[in-house]
Design a protein around this ligand. Sequence first.
Ligand SMILES: C[S@@+](CC[C@H](N)C(=O)[O-])C[C@H]1O[C@@H](n2cnc3c(N)ncnc32)[C@H](O)[C@@H]1O
Length: 294
Amino acid sequence: MDDCLKRLERRFLNMYPIKLLSPDVLESEGIEVCDELYENLCNLLSYQKEQDTVFKHYILDDTSSTCISLKESRNIISQGTTGLHSWQAAQALADWCLSHSEELRDKEVLELGSGVGLTGITTVLCCELRSYSFSDCHAAVLSTLCENVLLNLSTPNDKDCHRFVDNVTKTTDNTLLRIKHKNTDVAVMNLPWADVTKNTVTEVDFVLAADVVYDSSTFTELCQALKNLLHYQKTVAIIACTVRDQNTLQQFLHTLAQYEIKIVQIDVPSTRPTHFLLPQDMLVNIYRLQSSGQ
Ligand SMILES: C[S@@+](CC[C@H](N)C(=O)[O-])C[C@H]1O[C@@H](n2cnc3c(N)ncnc32)[C@H](O)[C@@H]1O
C-alpha cells in the first residue's frame, strides 16, 4: 500500500511541481491553507530527498563501449560535501589516463579526493595498472565510493568485502576495502590530506586528483600532501582543475610553487578528445607536477 501511495505521489509531483503547490503562493493569493496540506507537503518534500541518490551510467565512446555505473547524488552538494557527485574534471582526468595507458601500464597509482570514483574506476577498467588506491576523507563519500568500486570492479568472490562498506566510519585502519581486479590491486582508503606524511604513504608512480582545487583554505594541506608524495624521485602527480575562478587557481599554483613543486600545464587541444558521451562545458586545466629538486 505504502509503495502504491509513493508511486502515486511521485506521479502527482511530476505533474505539479512543488513550487506551484507552495502554501506561500496559495496564501499570497488569499487562499487559506489547511494543516493537512502542510503536513502532506512536508512528507512529499522529504520523499523527494530520498530520490537524490541515483545510478548514473557512463558509456565510454571507444571501441570497448565500457559501461561504468555509479551511485551518486543528483545534487552538486549533498550531506555537506561536493564529493557525492561526479565532476567534469573527473572525466577530463579519466580521458588523460585513457590516452596515456601505455605510460600507466603496470604502475602504482594513488588518487586524492576520489569522490564517487569515476576517474579511478575508468582507469582500472581500461589501463593495466599494478595498483590503484582511491582515497577521500568524508564518511558518506567513502561509503559510496566503496559501493561503486565493488559494483564495477569486484568479482563474486569479493562478496565478503561488504562488511568493510558497512564499517566505513568504524574502522581504525585507514584501508576500508581491498580487492583485486584482474591483475590490479585495488584499495579504498580514508586519507585526509593532512594525514599524508612521508611515513604514512608508500612510494607510488602516479598521484592523481580531479577537482580538488576550489577552496583556498585547504591549499596548504593539499600542497603539503603533494610535496610529501612527490618527495620520491619517480613520483609524478597529474591534477585536473576546473577553471571556475582564475584567482583561486592562480593562488593554488602560487602555493604549490612555494612548496618547491615544478608545475607544467599539459597542452590539451581546444577540442579535447573525450571518451565520455557528455557535454564538456567548462574549461579544465591539467597539470603535471614533480618535485623541483629533480
Ligand atoms: C569536488 S569533489 C571531486 C570529487 C572527484 N574527484 C570528482 O572530480 O568527481 C572534491 C573531493 O575532495 C574531497 N576532499 C576535500 N577535502 C579533502 C581533504 N582534506 N582530504 C581528503 N579529501 C578531501 C572531498 O571529500 C570530495 O570528495
